[in-house]
Design a protein. Structure first.
Lengths: 482, 283
């Protein structure tokens, strides 16, 4: 057998071989290569249905990989500079949850910034781990949460020497990185694992001008959204592990919640995308950055808008910035980010990633074309001309320090009662409230509801943010502890 | 031997011209460019396989997209032309001595180069001293212009490919901003006949109506375009294309044209009922 290298894509190659074998399917899936569901086949295409197959000997099995999936995972680990890599088919959510469930048992402490994705706090409900929140620094002007400062992490470690792990966003949704190297050193010196949420950092592994990757910084585990900047299909991700992680135990943890019918569409998309990035990722992301930089300078030329970048770096809570992110502060043109987000879609047929109170984020990737970038810039210019107002009296400050009174798990499973949002001040919330995207909780289970939070939720609703998380679909009532 | 150029007007309709020989074929950063010679239509230019112009019928398109706004505006001095690398619009514009400047913005330099070499009929006046050529995306160029032009002529290709930005609301809004307070924008408005073209036509009409206080549509008959029935958009800040039109004034210029005349100017704004209905649907 010849040695495998990055030009190989073992799962993809196995699927192609398998297709040529013309095996007669008396197994699931029941659509039988699409023949049993022609409308779907016409919609998705025969090639796609043909490889929507079940695990079997020639194609390996994600729950217990011994052949082509194992090879593909080995190649992925190499490409990302990791000791081991696992293919994940439940989104980066499942990767984040798996790494927390690996690190923490019930009652174990985990240090994390409060601006984590909801998947991390979900994992706390599942495991019963106890969060120790480090309040991220906030940029008051932009109203965005930043990274964790090293001194705050140090303090959290001193106060909680028994914590099992530290979780770090690398980067945040807005592209901001903490000093992951230093934090990893500190954590390891105190026997703690370092877990990195790299949902927005896949490209860091394939470019010259990007912040340090979790694996290079010495983090133990990283969850990487290959489907975001990496080009694979939605819901497919990688879990990367360093040398100190017991990968076989990790697989058992993953198998607690992962499907036993992993989609080969997702698996092959990971395999092919890994190959593509390993072979030409550097050129791909150089182009992406060039487009983002161009858009940034043109948007800043419009006036009013502020498309920010590396000038924000402060050596600590903004240790580094991901220049492929196109984040724009919109309040100076008198419009909330969410308003600009809605106008772009409703008036100009342009869909961007998200808008919050003060900012919008347009996701730039190699799939973008120069002429579409021009459209985005022109649309922003037109929005300013047609809808711009005096920027006064806009609420800008976003981050509200939570008051945690109960672990997320206890609160989530406690006896609860539904009360109107406006009358909920002083109660302990038992559910999430968040704007989606970005999916960072305003309230998490176990946190005290304050007047400030209620006002913020009402303001965000009024501005048209898409709010999620609560049992009441209209977010007019909240579940609180009895 | 028979060599034919064929363009699909719909998945079920083809339009073919017998080619005598091919004069040029090349790829730019943006598109494939071909020039053919034919017995029936003379030389013709195609971009990505779509007919742009033939020597035989280009006069219809170029006269109608140029003289209609030029005859309505009382004193057009500064003109912006977007697209139109073949030079046909510029050729018509340079016939007006009152025009002081013509800015031509073409995204694809190779189109101009190829037109200069193989299509002298249209490119003949590109060297007029009032003409300045900018090779950039029209969407980008116009973003920075404010209160600068009397007339903008949008001679775009189709609403897909390199020209698609020229059918967007952000572009029409930028044109509004770039025009003086009595400015006029005229655009290639697609065809109302085949469903896909008609949908594009309605989409751009909707966007123009939302961007300009006066927005009318006029028609011409162009044999080599899909269905032959073609529309132009007339968007204006102040002047109505028929009510504010002074035919005598234009006639006094003594300009010889082959398609356009003062009666046809008014008649072109009278549209078939089915077209009126399509336009009303989105107004």
């Amino acid at each position: 057998m010849t040695e495998l290298s990055q030009v190989n894509a073992p799962i993809y190659e196995a699927l192609r071989r398998f297709r040529r074998m013309r095996v007669v399917p008396f197994d699931v899936p029941g659509h039988k290569r699409g023949r049993g569901n022609m409308e779907l086949t016409e919609f998705l295409g025969e090639d796609c249905m043909n490889v929507d197959v079940n695990s079997m000997k020639p194609l390996d099995n994600l729950c217990h990989p011994v052949s082509v999936i194992k090879d593909a995972e080995m190649l992925a680990a190499q490409a990302f500079g990791a000791f081991n890599a696992f293919f994940m088919v439940g989104g980066t959510t499942s990767a984040v949850q798996s790494m927390i469930m690996y690190a923490c048992k019930e009652g174990d402490k985990i240090i994390m910034p409060r601006n984590v994705h909801r998947s991390a706090i979900n994992a706390l409900i599942l495991t019963g781990a106890v969060p120790v929140y480090v309040n991220p620094d906030v940029n008051k002007q932009l109203g965005i949460s930043l990274g964790m400062s090293v001194s705050q992490v140090e303090q959290a470690i001193r106060d909680n020497p028994d914590a099992k792990a530290i979780m770090v966003n690398n980067p945040t949704y807005y592209g901001i990185c903490s000093d992951l190297r230093r934090i990893s050193e500190l954590a390891h010196a105190h026997g703690m694992l370092v877990l990195a949420d790299e949902a927005h950092g896949t490209h860091f592994y394939f470019g010259e001008c990007f912040p340090v990757t979790a694996m290079a910084a010495g983090a133990d585990i990283a969850s990487v959204s290959m489907h975001k900047s990496g080009g694979s299909l939605t819901q497919s991700s990688f879990l990367l592990m360093g040398s100190k992680v017991n990968a076989d135990y990790m697989r058992q943890v993953i198998n607690l919640t992962q499907t036993t019918s992993a989609s080969y569409l997702l698996l092959s998309s990971l395999d092919i995308s890994r190959k593509r990035l390993a072979l030409s990722g550097r050129e791909i992301f150089a182009q992406t950055v060039e487009m983002a930089e161009y858009a940034r300078s043109e948007i800043n030329d419009i006036g009013g808008y502020y498309a920010y970048s590396r000038e924000l770096i402060n050596g600590d809570s903004i240790f580094d910035f991901d220049v492929s992110k196109l984040s724009v502060f919109t309040l100076p043109v008198g419009l909330a980010g969410i308003e600009v987000y809605d106008l772009l879609r409703d008036e100009y047929d342009i869909q961007i990633e998200f808008g919050d109170i003060g900012n919008i984020l347009a996701y730039i990737s190699v799939g973008d074309r120069k002429r579409d970038i021009e459209r985005l810039i022109s649309a922003l210019s037109e929005i300013k001309r047609r809808f711009g107002r005096n920027g006064a009296d806009m609420l800008s400050h976003e981050y509200i320090s939570p008051v945690v009174t109960e672990t997320p798990r206890k609160a989530f499973y406690s006896d609860k009662v539904s009360v109107p949002l406006k009358e909920s001040a002083g109660r302990v919330c038992t559910e999430f409230v968040m704007c989606y995207p970005p999916g960072i909780p305003i309230l998490a289970p176990g946190e005290l509801i304050t007047q400030e939070i209620i006002e913020y939720i009402m303001y965000a609703k009024e501005k048209g943010c898409q709010m999620t998380g609560t049992e009441d679909i209209n977010i007019e009532r909240l579940n609180v502890q009895v | 031997m028979e060599l034919w150029f064929t363009e699909r007007h719909t998945p079920n309709v083809k339009f073919s011209i017998k080619v005598d020989h091919q004069l040029y074929s090349g790829n730019s950063e943006f598109q494939r460019i071909d020039v053919f010679d034919s017995k029936e239509f003379g030389r013709f230019l195609t971009l990505d396989g779509y007919m742009m112009l033939t020597e035989k019928d280009e006069f219809i398109y170029h006269e109608m997209i140029t003289h209609v706004p030029m005859a309505v505006h009382p004193d057009p001095k500064n003109i912006l032309v977007i697209g139109a690398g073949d030079g046909g619009v510029v050729r018509e514009l340079t016939r007006y001595s009152s025009v002081e400047s013509i800015d031509l913005v073409e995204i694809d330099e190779l189109v101009v180069e190829v037109s200069r070499k193989f299509l002298p009929t249209t490119s003949c006046r590109l060297d007029d001293e009032r003409v300045r050529i900018y090779y950039e995306d029209g969407v980008k160029f116009i973003r920075r212009c404010e209160n600068k032009y009397d007339i903008i002529i949008v001679d775009s290709t189709d609403p897909f490919g390199p020209g698609e930005g020229l059918f967007t609301k952000e572009f029409y809004g930028s044109c509004f901003k770039a025009l003086r307070e009595d400015g006029i924008m005229v655009n290639q408005h697609e065809s109302p006949f085949y469903p896909e073209d008609a949908a594009a036509m309605q989409r751009s009409h909707k966007r123009i109506v939302e961007s300009f206080p006066i927005s009318r549509v006029y028609q011409a008959h162009i044999p080599t375009y899909p269905s032959g029935h073609w529309l132009f958009g007339f968007a204006s800040k102040k002047y109505h294309p028929v009510r504010d039109y002074e035919p005598t004034k234009w006639s006094m210029l003594g300009m010889k044209t082959r398609y356009y005349n003062t009666q046809l100017h008014c008649g072109a704004f009278a549209l078939p009922n089915y077209v009126e209905e399509m336009l009303k649907d989105v107004e």
